[in-house]
Design a protein around this ligand. Structure first.
Ligand SMILES: Cc1ncc(COP(=O)(O)O)c(C=O)c1O
Length: 373
Protein backbone atom coordinates (compact mmCIF):
# COMPACT_ATOMS: atom_id res chain seq x y z
CA UNK A 1 0.00 0.00 0.00
CA UNK A 2 1.44 3.34 -1.02
CA UNK A 3 0.34 6.57 0.58
CA UNK A 4 0.88 9.74 -1.43
CA UNK A 5 -1.79 11.98 0.04
CA UNK A 6 0.19 13.77 2.74
CA UNK A 7 -1.46 17.11 2.00
CA UNK A 8 -4.71 15.52 3.23
CA UNK A 9 -3.07 14.16 6.36
CA UNK A 10 0.15 12.52 7.51
CA UNK A 11 0.89 9.47 9.64
CA UNK A 12 1.70 10.00 13.30
CA UNK A 13 5.44 9.97 13.98
CA UNK A 14 6.75 7.36 16.42
CA UNK A 15 7.90 10.04 18.84
CA UNK A 16 4.53 11.83 18.72
CA UNK A 17 2.73 8.52 19.30
CA UNK A 18 4.97 7.77 22.28
CA UNK A 19 4.26 11.21 23.76
CA UNK A 20 0.54 10.67 23.22
CA UNK A 21 0.63 7.33 25.07
CA UNK A 22 2.85 8.55 27.90
CA UNK A 23 0.80 11.67 28.55
CA UNK A 24 -2.52 9.82 28.32
CA UNK A 25 -1.31 7.30 30.92
CA UNK A 26 0.54 9.52 33.35
CA UNK A 27 -1.07 12.93 33.14
CA UNK A 28 -4.75 12.23 33.41
CA UNK A 29 -5.59 15.21 35.62
CA UNK A 30 -7.50 18.20 34.33
CA UNK A 31 -4.98 20.99 33.68
CA UNK A 32 -7.41 23.47 35.30
CA UNK A 33 -7.65 21.53 38.59
CA UNK A 34 -5.63 22.95 41.45
CA UNK A 35 -4.70 19.63 43.11
CA UNK A 36 -1.51 17.68 42.36
CA UNK A 37 -2.98 15.82 39.37
CA UNK A 38 -4.14 19.08 37.81
CA UNK A 39 -0.83 20.81 38.45
CA UNK A 40 1.01 17.87 36.93
CA UNK A 41 -1.15 18.02 33.79
CA UNK A 42 -0.84 21.78 33.67
CA UNK A 43 2.96 21.53 33.64
CA UNK A 44 2.70 19.49 30.42
CA UNK A 45 0.34 22.02 28.89
CA UNK A 46 2.66 24.89 29.78
CA UNK A 47 5.67 23.05 28.37
CA UNK A 48 3.92 22.28 25.07
CA UNK A 49 2.86 25.92 24.74
CA UNK A 50 6.36 27.12 25.52
CA UNK A 51 7.99 24.66 23.09
CA UNK A 52 5.67 25.78 20.28
CA UNK A 53 6.12 29.46 21.14
CA UNK A 54 9.90 29.06 20.98
CA UNK A 55 9.71 27.58 17.49
CA UNK A 56 7.80 30.65 16.26
CA UNK A 57 9.66 33.11 18.49
CA UNK A 58 6.40 34.24 20.09
CA UNK A 59 5.12 34.57 23.65
CA UNK A 60 3.55 31.37 25.07
CA UNK A 61 0.25 33.14 25.79
CA UNK A 62 0.00 33.94 22.07
CA UNK A 63 -0.49 30.24 21.26
CA UNK A 64 -4.14 29.14 21.52
CA UNK A 65 -4.78 25.44 21.21
CA UNK A 66 -7.67 24.43 18.96
CA UNK A 67 -9.16 21.28 17.45
CA UNK A 68 -7.24 21.80 14.21
CA UNK A 69 -6.86 24.06 11.20
CA UNK A 70 -10.53 24.77 10.52
CA UNK A 71 -11.14 25.93 14.06
CA UNK A 72 -8.01 28.07 14.07
CA UNK A 73 -9.07 29.72 10.78
CA UNK A 74 -12.62 30.31 11.97
CA UNK A 75 -11.49 31.60 15.37
CA UNK A 76 -9.20 34.17 13.79
CA UNK A 77 -11.55 35.36 11.02
CA UNK A 78 -14.95 35.16 12.66
CA UNK A 79 -13.62 35.94 16.14
CA UNK A 80 -11.81 39.07 14.97
CA UNK A 81 -14.46 40.26 12.50
CA UNK A 82 -17.31 40.05 15.00
CA UNK A 83 -15.36 41.76 17.77
CA UNK A 84 -14.14 44.58 15.53
CA UNK A 85 -17.02 45.32 13.17
CA UNK A 86 -17.25 48.86 14.58
CA UNK A 87 -13.95 49.55 12.73
CA UNK A 88 -15.33 48.47 9.37
CA UNK A 89 -17.09 45.57 7.69
CA UNK A 90 -14.83 44.84 4.73
CA UNK A 91 -12.68 41.69 4.56
CA UNK A 92 -10.23 40.49 1.90
CA UNK A 93 -9.24 36.96 1.01
CA UNK A 94 -8.30 34.99 -2.09
CA UNK A 95 -10.43 32.69 -4.23
CA UNK A 96 -7.97 29.83 -3.69
CA UNK A 97 -8.21 29.56 0.10
CA UNK A 98 -9.27 26.42 1.91
CA UNK A 99 -13.02 26.13 2.53
CA UNK A 100 -12.36 26.69 6.24
CA UNK A 101 -11.58 30.29 5.27
CA UNK A 102 -13.98 30.70 2.34
CA UNK A 103 -17.03 29.33 4.14
CA UNK A 104 -16.30 31.45 7.22
CA UNK A 105 -16.18 34.50 4.96
CA UNK A 106 -19.47 33.51 3.30
CA UNK A 107 -21.05 33.07 6.72
CA UNK A 108 -19.95 36.55 7.76
CA UNK A 109 -21.38 37.99 4.52
CA UNK A 110 -24.68 36.17 4.80
CA UNK A 111 -25.37 36.43 8.51
CA UNK A 112 -23.58 39.60 9.61
CA UNK A 113 -23.58 41.86 6.54
CA UNK A 114 -19.83 41.89 5.96
CA UNK A 115 -18.52 42.63 2.48
CA UNK A 116 -15.78 40.30 1.27
CA UNK A 117 -13.40 40.81 -1.66
CA UNK A 118 -12.22 37.49 -3.09
CA UNK A 119 -8.99 38.10 -5.01
CA UNK A 120 -8.92 36.00 -8.19
CA UNK A 121 -5.56 34.78 -9.48
CA UNK A 122 -4.12 36.61 -12.49
CA UNK A 123 -1.91 34.39 -14.65
CA UNK A 124 -2.56 31.72 -12.02
CA UNK A 125 -0.94 33.67 -9.18
CA UNK A 126 -2.04 36.08 -6.49
CA UNK A 127 0.13 39.17 -6.15
CA UNK A 128 0.62 41.46 -3.18
CA UNK A 129 -0.32 44.34 -5.49
CA UNK A 130 -3.82 42.89 -5.89
CA UNK A 131 -4.25 42.93 -2.11
CA UNK A 132 -3.01 46.51 -2.00
CA UNK A 133 -5.52 47.58 -4.62
CA UNK A 134 -8.40 45.87 -2.80
CA UNK A 135 -7.68 47.57 0.55
CA UNK A 136 -10.21 50.14 1.72
CA UNK A 137 -10.34 52.36 4.79
CA UNK A 138 -12.99 50.03 6.25
CA UNK A 139 -11.03 46.82 5.63
CA UNK A 140 -10.44 45.16 9.00
CA UNK A 141 -8.92 41.79 8.11
CA UNK A 142 -7.00 40.18 5.24
CA UNK A 143 -6.73 36.39 5.15
CA UNK A 144 -4.22 34.78 2.76
CA UNK A 145 -2.87 31.25 2.94
CA UNK A 146 0.87 30.56 3.15
CA UNK A 147 0.82 27.62 0.76
CA UNK A 148 -2.08 26.24 -1.22
CA UNK A 149 -3.20 22.74 -0.26
CA UNK A 150 -4.10 21.68 -3.81
CA UNK A 151 -1.14 23.00 -5.77
CA UNK A 152 1.55 23.88 -3.21
CA UNK A 153 1.65 27.45 -4.55
CA UNK A 154 3.36 29.82 -2.11
CA UNK A 155 1.64 33.16 -1.66
CA UNK A 156 3.54 36.46 -1.22
CA UNK A 157 3.10 36.62 2.56
CA UNK A 158 6.11 38.82 3.31
CA UNK A 159 5.05 41.46 0.78
CA UNK A 160 1.44 41.44 1.96
CA UNK A 161 2.61 41.80 5.57
CA UNK A 162 4.61 44.86 4.57
CA UNK A 163 1.65 46.39 2.74
CA UNK A 164 -0.63 45.87 5.74
CA UNK A 165 1.88 47.16 8.26
CA UNK A 166 0.49 50.71 8.26
CA UNK A 167 -3.14 49.81 7.59
CA UNK A 168 -5.73 49.05 10.26
CA UNK A 169 -6.46 45.64 8.68
CA UNK A 170 -5.03 42.69 10.58
CA UNK A 171 -3.32 39.85 8.75
CA UNK A 172 -4.46 36.24 9.13
CA UNK A 173 -2.38 33.53 7.47
CA UNK A 174 -3.60 29.96 7.08
CA UNK A 175 -0.24 28.23 7.34
CA UNK A 176 -1.67 24.73 7.72
CA UNK A 177 0.24 23.37 4.69
CA UNK A 178 3.49 25.24 5.36
CA UNK A 179 4.18 24.69 9.06
CA UNK A 180 6.83 22.07 9.67
CA UNK A 181 8.02 22.45 6.07
CA UNK A 182 9.49 25.93 5.92
CA UNK A 183 10.61 28.33 8.66
CA UNK A 184 7.95 30.87 9.61
CA UNK A 185 8.41 33.73 12.06
CA UNK A 186 5.04 35.48 12.32
CA UNK A 187 6.23 38.66 13.97
CA UNK A 188 8.95 39.24 11.39
CA UNK A 189 6.35 38.75 8.63
CA UNK A 190 3.86 41.14 10.31
CA UNK A 191 1.37 38.30 10.71
CA UNK A 192 -1.29 38.85 13.38
CA UNK A 193 -2.95 35.42 13.26
CA UNK A 194 -1.44 32.14 12.04
CA UNK A 195 -3.32 28.83 11.81
CA UNK A 196 -1.80 25.36 12.19
CA UNK A 197 -3.01 21.73 12.25
CA UNK A 198 -0.90 18.98 13.86
CA UNK A 199 -2.00 16.20 11.51
CA UNK A 200 -0.27 17.90 8.55
CA UNK A 201 3.14 17.58 10.21
CA UNK A 202 3.00 14.03 11.61
CA UNK A 203 1.15 15.00 14.76
CA UNK A 204 -2.28 13.72 15.81
CA UNK A 205 -5.58 14.60 14.17
CA UNK A 206 -8.07 16.88 15.89
CA UNK A 207 -5.54 19.28 17.38
CA UNK A 208 -3.95 22.49 16.16
CA UNK A 209 -3.31 26.02 17.27
CA UNK A 210 -3.76 29.65 16.43
CA UNK A 211 -0.91 32.08 16.95
CA UNK A 212 -2.48 35.35 17.90
CA UNK A 213 -0.57 38.58 18.38
CA UNK A 214 -3.80 40.29 19.38
CA UNK A 215 -6.27 39.59 22.15
CA UNK A 216 -9.30 41.53 20.85
CA UNK A 217 -11.31 38.75 19.23
CA UNK A 218 -14.38 36.75 20.25
CA UNK A 219 -14.40 33.09 21.26
CA UNK A 220 -16.21 30.49 19.20
CA UNK A 221 -16.64 28.17 22.16
CA UNK A 222 -17.95 29.59 25.43
CA UNK A 223 -17.58 28.12 28.87
CA UNK A 224 -14.46 27.80 31.01
CA UNK A 225 -11.59 30.25 31.11
CA UNK A 226 -9.04 28.09 29.27
CA UNK A 227 -6.69 29.48 26.59
CA UNK A 228 -6.69 33.04 27.94
CA UNK A 229 -10.50 32.90 27.65
CA UNK A 230 -10.30 32.52 23.88
CA UNK A 231 -11.30 28.87 23.69
CA UNK A 232 -13.30 27.15 26.41
CA UNK A 233 -13.10 23.42 27.06
CA UNK A 234 -10.76 20.97 28.78
CA UNK A 235 -7.63 20.78 26.69
CA UNK A 236 -6.72 17.75 24.60
CA UNK A 237 -3.57 17.36 26.64
CA UNK A 238 -2.11 14.22 25.02
CA UNK A 239 -2.86 15.62 21.56
CA UNK A 240 -1.30 18.97 22.37
CA UNK A 241 1.84 17.40 23.83
CA UNK A 242 2.15 15.05 20.85
CA UNK A 243 1.69 18.01 18.50
CA UNK A 244 4.58 19.81 20.23
CA UNK A 245 6.75 16.70 19.86
CA UNK A 246 5.92 16.36 16.16
CA UNK A 247 6.47 20.03 15.46
CA UNK A 248 9.82 20.06 17.20
CA UNK A 249 10.85 16.92 15.31
CA UNK A 250 9.91 18.43 11.95
CA UNK A 251 11.42 21.81 12.69
CA UNK A 252 14.72 20.26 13.77
CA UNK A 253 15.01 18.53 10.40
CA UNK A 254 13.27 21.06 8.25
CA UNK A 255 16.04 21.64 5.73
CA UNK A 256 16.95 17.95 5.28
CA UNK A 257 13.30 17.05 4.78
CA UNK A 258 12.79 19.89 2.31
CA UNK A 259 15.77 18.66 0.29
CA UNK A 260 14.58 15.04 0.42
CA UNK A 261 11.16 16.04 -0.88
CA UNK A 262 12.63 18.35 -3.53
CA UNK A 263 14.63 15.36 -4.80
CA UNK A 264 11.54 13.13 -4.70
CA UNK A 265 9.58 15.58 -6.81
CA UNK A 266 12.40 15.86 -9.37
CA UNK A 267 12.69 12.06 -9.44
CA UNK A 268 8.98 11.65 -10.12
CA UNK A 269 8.87 14.24 -12.88
CA UNK A 270 11.99 12.84 -14.46
CA UNK A 271 10.49 9.36 -14.54
CA UNK A 272 7.28 10.69 -16.00
CA UNK A 273 9.02 12.86 -18.56
CA UNK A 274 8.35 10.84 -21.70
CA UNK A 275 4.64 10.67 -21.11
CA UNK A 276 2.18 13.37 -21.77
CA UNK A 277 1.47 15.35 -18.62
CA UNK A 278 1.19 18.95 -17.49
CA UNK A 279 1.68 20.58 -14.13
CA UNK A 280 -0.75 22.93 -12.50
CA UNK A 281 2.08 25.02 -11.18
CA UNK A 282 2.28 28.72 -11.72
CA UNK A 283 4.82 30.18 -9.35
CA UNK A 284 7.06 29.39 -6.40
CA UNK A 285 5.62 26.26 -4.80
CA UNK A 286 6.26 23.81 -2.01
CA UNK A 287 7.78 20.62 -3.45
CA UNK A 288 5.53 18.59 -1.14
CA UNK A 289 2.56 18.87 -3.51
CA UNK A 290 2.50 18.02 -7.20
CA UNK A 291 -0.73 18.87 -8.99
CA UNK A 292 -0.54 17.11 -12.32
CA UNK A 293 -2.87 16.41 -15.21
CA UNK A 294 -2.85 13.81 -17.96
CA UNK A 295 -4.62 14.95 -21.13
CA UNK A 296 -7.81 13.02 -21.89
CA UNK A 297 -7.58 11.04 -18.61
CA UNK A 298 -10.45 11.66 -16.25
CA UNK A 299 -9.12 12.11 -12.73
CA UNK A 300 -12.04 10.19 -11.22
CA UNK A 301 -11.09 7.07 -13.16
CA UNK A 302 -7.39 7.59 -12.64
CA UNK A 303 -7.80 7.83 -8.89
CA UNK A 304 -9.97 4.73 -8.82
CA UNK A 305 -7.49 2.69 -10.81
CA UNK A 306 -4.56 3.87 -8.74
CA UNK A 307 -6.51 2.97 -5.62
CA UNK A 308 -7.07 -0.53 -7.02
CA UNK A 309 -3.30 -0.76 -7.40
CA UNK A 310 -2.92 0.22 -3.73
CA UNK A 311 -1.88 3.81 -4.33
CA UNK A 312 -3.60 6.60 -2.37
CA UNK A 313 -3.52 9.93 -4.18
CA UNK A 314 -6.21 12.56 -4.40
CA UNK A 315 -7.85 15.07 -6.67
CA UNK A 316 -7.14 17.73 -4.07
CA UNK A 317 -10.72 18.89 -4.15
CA UNK A 318 -13.69 17.70 -2.18
CA UNK A 319 -15.37 14.41 -2.84
CA UNK A 320 -19.08 13.89 -2.14
CA UNK A 321 -20.53 10.38 -2.28
CA UNK A 322 -17.60 9.20 -4.36
CA UNK A 323 -17.98 11.96 -6.96
CA UNK A 324 -15.18 14.50 -7.26
CA UNK A 325 -16.35 18.09 -7.20
CA UNK A 326 -14.53 20.44 -9.54
CA UNK A 327 -11.68 22.11 -7.69
CA UNK A 328 -12.43 25.73 -6.82
CA UNK A 329 -8.67 26.34 -6.85
CA UNK A 330 -8.09 25.07 -10.40
CA UNK A 331 -11.29 26.79 -11.50
CA UNK A 332 -10.01 30.12 -10.16
CA UNK A 333 -6.65 29.55 -11.83
CA UNK A 334 -7.70 28.18 -15.22
CA UNK A 335 -11.43 28.94 -15.62
CA UNK A 336 -14.44 26.67 -15.20
CA UNK A 337 -14.22 25.24 -18.72
CA UNK A 338 -10.64 24.09 -18.44
CA UNK A 339 -10.04 20.37 -18.97
CA UNK A 340 -7.58 20.61 -16.11
CA UNK A 341 -10.51 20.48 -13.69
CA UNK A 342 -11.38 16.97 -14.84
CA UNK A 343 -7.89 15.66 -15.54
CA UNK A 344 -5.79 16.73 -12.58
CA UNK A 345 -4.70 14.77 -9.55
CA UNK A 346 -2.70 15.76 -6.49
CA UNK A 347 0.29 13.70 -5.45
CA UNK A 348 1.69 14.80 -2.09
CA UNK A 349 4.83 13.58 -0.39
CA UNK A 350 6.36 13.39 3.03
CA UNK A 351 10.05 12.96 3.82
CA UNK A 352 9.21 9.30 4.43
CA UNK A 353 8.15 8.75 0.81
CA UNK A 354 10.59 6.52 -1.07
CA UNK A 355 11.79 6.43 -4.66
CA UNK A 356 10.61 2.80 -4.86
CA UNK A 357 7.10 3.98 -4.10
CA UNK A 358 7.34 6.61 -6.83
CA UNK A 359 8.71 4.02 -9.25
CA UNK A 360 5.63 1.91 -8.62
CA UNK A 361 3.36 4.92 -9.06
CA UNK A 362 4.98 5.77 -12.39
CA UNK A 363 4.69 2.17 -13.54
CA UNK A 364 0.99 2.13 -12.70
CA UNK A 365 0.39 5.53 -14.28
CA UNK A 366 2.02 4.38 -17.48
CA UNK A 367 -0.06 1.24 -17.53
CA UNK A 368 -3.25 3.24 -17.05
CA UNK A 369 -2.53 6.04 -19.48
CA UNK A 370 -0.64 3.84 -21.93
CA UNK A 371 2.67 5.66 -21.94
CA UNK A 372 6.17 4.22 -21.93
CA UNK A 373 8.77 4.48 -19.26
C1 LIG B 1 -4.77 25.04 3.90
C2 LIG B 1 -5.66 24.32 4.86
N1 LIG B 1 -6.35 25.03 5.75
C3 LIG B 1 -7.16 24.45 6.65
C4 LIG B 1 -7.32 23.08 6.68
C5 LIG B 1 -8.24 22.48 7.68
O1 LIG B 1 -7.52 21.80 8.69
P1 LIG B 1 -8.23 20.72 9.62
O2 LIG B 1 -8.61 19.57 8.75
O3 LIG B 1 -7.19 20.38 10.65
O4 LIG B 1 -9.41 21.36 10.23
C6 LIG B 1 -6.62 22.30 5.76
C7 LIG B 1 -6.80 20.84 5.72
O5 LIG B 1 -6.78 20.23 4.68
C8 LIG B 1 -5.76 22.94 4.83
O6 LIG B 1 -5.07 22.24 3.92
Amino acid sequence: MIYLDHAATTSLSDAALQTFIDISKEYYGNPSSIHWAGRKANSILRKARLDIAQIFDTKPEQIIFTSGGSEADTLAIQGYALANQHKGKHLITTAIEHHAVLHTMEYLEKCFGFEVTYIEPVNQVISAQQIKEALRPDTILVSVMYANNETGLLLPIREIGEILYDHQAVFHVDAVQAIGKIPILPEELHIDFLSAAAHKFHGPKGVGFLYSRLANFDSLIHGGRQEEQHRAGTENLAGIAAMATALKEQTDQLEQHYQTVTDLKAFLLDKLAPSNYYLNESGPSLPYVVNIGFPHQLNEQLLMRLDLAGIAVSSGSACTAGVIQASHVLEAMYGQDSDRLKESIRISFSHKTTKEELDFLVQQLHQIIGGTQ
